[in-house]
Design a protein around this ligand. Structure first.
Ligand code: ADP
Ligand code: ZN
Length: 753
């Protein structure tokens, strides 16, 4: 067969084009689809990815083609399946294919080389008598041989025992006594994770767990793509089920990807997986060194590792025989990448499952409404675990009314009397307390202290943000704005206040109220270093902390048997985030944070402080009533036209030049108006498509960059994408570059701040 002479190449730049290059004669035998190549690109040489090889090209073109300079791989690094997956991501998320491939491969692959180490071993064995006789003149030689008799040993290790080793080794090597082996060093990030005996052996599943396990088992045996939504409360034994289904998958010779929202907060999970599956586990995540990551990637590719654990990018683990994907805590926002390609790892997982004929398990105590809706429609198999293992009770949740009329609240206090008494109770019994505060508390909203009233946008039903400079309440979806009344529209009260407290304020109060307690604060500031999490968790485990104050980070992933009280200091902070998902977010937070309490033999409790005690979301979370929460929320979203009932695209504009980005944002608005009104055969070309904005983003200025946004929404994806294509042709890359404005089209946006 004649070999192909032309390669289609994509590059890791924000360019949609697939480029054609001529394959020079000398490279023809080596170049294959899926390899990286070095190509001339303008004045530069860059890495490209071969996505196709062919012989067909217009003959008039052929002479103009540039030649590939070199090939960078001996074998394809992009499997056919990964080729399909990245292609789909590029199409769905409107991202350049080359950029997606770049994201899918380990960073700086080209610069990394495997690391080698010298090892020594004996060619033949000696008895102690032989040693004494043959090597009587050198104590050092005797020493080396005695050590090597215990087995192959690295040069480095021997060097620690024996001084000036090299001459000894040289002599022994020359006389044919030992052999020197060059061995690759695996930089294994899991090497210092201790295995735990109690987790080595599978647990005997209880009846509920067993039923669930069996249902998934059927899917594993059918070896067909299927999606399961496992809705199980915290501590219901989901992880144990995943692990047993993983064993089953492995025993069929298949591999598993296990996605977690954030690796740093899941040390206990990593330990459990390592204990159960040993060296078959590979860890892929962003804080590994490039070397470690590359080595783990190769362990997966070579088939040594069978279970890849990691955050969203682990979905690109290069397995050849994938059987199952677990998406743990599938509702978490960190599965969505905020920069291009703006992919959602859960949705990519489902696509990958489809491509690989693998099953996908989405697990959560509080499924996202998107997934829940799919399950209700019968697209996913819905599985529930409504009870904790061992029938341990869920902690009771107390709602504390923080409104002024409630005399239980000391003036200007962050901690109510009820919460304070509960904390004191705990401290007396030498148990531990978690106090939780929403990190996004920086969004400033106004609230009536007397009745809890907050201001909502009449168009979008998200809460309005107060702007100090203009003294206006603004919607950052549609830019609706109003003056703030002097009295509360609900109760005519006059105490309309600005809300916002930080973890520091809570910390101060704790020191004041509980002078003898050991208080620790954990937030982005106090956990900058790699090991900070680990250290804090060790301290809690050793019971060197009585009260831990923290943000979202403390909400998940851990079992601390002596934490028996969890306080949500200000539920309103999350309830009033100006985002249509704030209700969902609040329900997830409250039920999840409460779940941190009472994980051991002791009964747990949770206290939630709020100015909105009658809010439906708060009421449903008090009862852990997911069904009713979801029914209400889905109904609300349907009426207001939010996902899962509509599709959205976030158009995000930014620039260091405040005027420039405003100007372009306004032009975008005008142009969108024209496009959405466009007629075709007397009918609107894009019926039911709507857009909100342009409006300043909630976080308008970040690091001196000014941000605007537009939300495009409609009943289906395709018309929205067509509109985006029209926008892209009108506002071309070069036009935007000239205006110094950057635009990002975010499909299915999660972050609309
Ligand atoms: P989830 O993932 O739903 O939060 P886990 O799988 O972590 O639940 O289970 C909670 C705790 O119960 C863990 O400590 C786990 O080891 C233990 N566990 C799970 N299943 C069983 C079982 N069948 N028998 C005994 N202990 C179990
Ligand atoms: Zn609005």
């Amino acid at each position: 067969m004649e070999k192909d002479g032309i390669a289609h190449v994509v590059v890791g730049l924000p360019l949609k084009t697939v480029f054609s290059y001529k394959i020079p004669e000398r490279l023809v035998p080596f170049i294959q689809k899926g390899m990286r190549v070095l190509v001339p690109f303008g004045p530069r040489r860059i890495t490209g990815y071969v996505v196709e090889t062919t012989n067909e090209i217009d003959s008039e073109y052929e002479n103009k083609l540039k030649e590939i300079i070199n090939v960078l791989d001996k074998a394809p690094v992009i499997s056919l399946r990964l080729m399909d997956l990245t292609r789909w991501i590029a199409d769905y998320y409107l991202a350049p294919w080359g950029e997606v491939i770049k994201t899918a491969l380990p960073k700086s692959m080209e610069r990394l080389k495997p690391k080698y180490e010298k090892h020594l071993s004996l060619i033949k064995n000696f008895t102690e008598n032989d040693i004494k006789k043959k090597f009587s003149r050198s104590q050092k030689q005797q020493q080396v041989i005695r050590i090597l008799l215990t087995g192959e040993t690295s040069y480095k290790e021997l060097g620690r025992e024996i001084k000036s080793l090299s001459s000894v080794v040289n002599t022994l090597h020359k006389s044919g006594i030992i052999r020197i082996i060059r061995k690759e060093v695996g930089r294994n990030p899991l090497s210092n994770v201790e295995e735990e005996k109690s987790q080595k052996i599978p647990k005997t599943l209880n009846t509920e767990q067993f039923k669930t396990f069996k249902k998934i088992s059927i899917g594993i045996n059918e070896q067909k793509h299927k999606v399961y939504l496992l809705h199980g409360i915290t501590g219901s034994g989901k992880t144990e089920i995943y692990m047993q289904n993983i064993s089953e998958t492995l025993s069929q010779g298949k591999e598993v990807i296990y996605l977690v929202p954030e690796i740093a907060i899941t040390p206990q999970l990593i330990q459990r997986l390592k204990s159960r599956f040993g060296d078959k586990v590979a860890l892929l995540h962003s804080t590994l060194s490039d070397g470690e990551r590359y080595d783990e990637w190769r362990r997966i590719r070579s088939g040594q590792a069978k279970v890849a654990v990691g955050p969203r990018s682990a979905i690109f683990a290069p397995f050849a025989n994938l059987g199952m994907i677990v998406v743990d805590e599938e509702h978490e926002y960190s599965y969505k990448q905020d920069e291009s390609p703006c992919y959602h790892a859960r949705d990519v997982a489902i696509k990958l499952g489809e491509i690989s004929e693998a099953i996908v398990i989405l697990g959560s105590a509080t499924p996202s409404l998107e997934s829940y809706n799919q399950a209700k429609k019968g697209k996913y198999v819905y599985l529930t675990l409504p009870n904790r293992v061992g029938n341990q009770r869920l902690p009771e949740i107390d709602i504390v009314d923080m409104r002024v009329k409630n005399t239980d609240i000391p003036k200007r206090a962050v901690i109510s009397r009820i919460l304070r008494e509960e904390i004191e109770n705990c401290l007396v019994k030498n148990e531990q307390v978690f106090l939780f505060l929403n990190r996004r508390g920086t969004a400033s909203f106004l609230q009536c202290r007397e009745c809890g009233y907050t201001f909502y946008c009449q168009n979008c039903s998200v809460s309005l943000t107060f702007h100090f400079a203009e003294k206006l309440n603004r919607c950052h979806y549609c830019d609706y704005h109003v003056k703030v009344p002097n009295t509360c529209p609900e109760c005519k009260g006059i105490k309309i206040n600005f809300s916002g407290i930080g973890t520091q304020k809570v910390e101060e109060d704790c020191y004041r109220l509980f002078p003898n307690a050991r208080v620790l604060r954990m937030d982005r500031d106090s956990t900058r270093t790699k090991h900070a999490y680990h250290n804090i968790f060790k301290k809690i485990e050793k019971r060197e902390v009585d009260i831990l104050i923290g943000t979202q980070m403390i909400a998940k992933g851990h079992d601390f048997p002596f934490v028996t009280l969890v306080g949500v200091v200000a539920a309103d902070l999350s309830l009033n985030i100006p985002d249509f998902r704030s209700g969902e977010r609040t329900f997830q937070l409250i039920t999840q944070v409460a779940g941190r309490s009472g994980r051991g033999n002791l009964l747990g409790k949770a206290v939630v402080q709020t100015y909105n005690p009658n809010n439906d979301i708060i009421k449903h979370s008090k009862n852990y009533d997911y069904e009713n929460f979801a029914a209400r929320e889905i109904d609300w979203r349907e009426r207001l036209g939010y996902p899962p009932y509509t599709k959205m695209v976030g158009i995000k504009l930014k620039s260091v030049n405040e005027e420039a980005v405003k100007k372009i944002a306004v032009q975008f608005g005008k142009s969108l108006k024209k496009i959405t009104a466009k007629q075709s055969k007397g009918k609107s070309k894009y019926p039911a498509v709507d857009f909100l904005g342009p409006a300043k983003s909630l976080l308008y200025k970040i690091k001196n960059v000014y941000r605007w946004q537009i939300i495009l929404k409609g009943p289906a994806s395709n018309p929205l994408k067509e509109i985006v294509q029209e926008m892209k042709t009108e506002f071309t890359g070069s036009l935007l570059k000239k205006a110094k404005v950057k635009v990002k089209y975010d499909i299915d946006p999660i972050n609309l701040m």
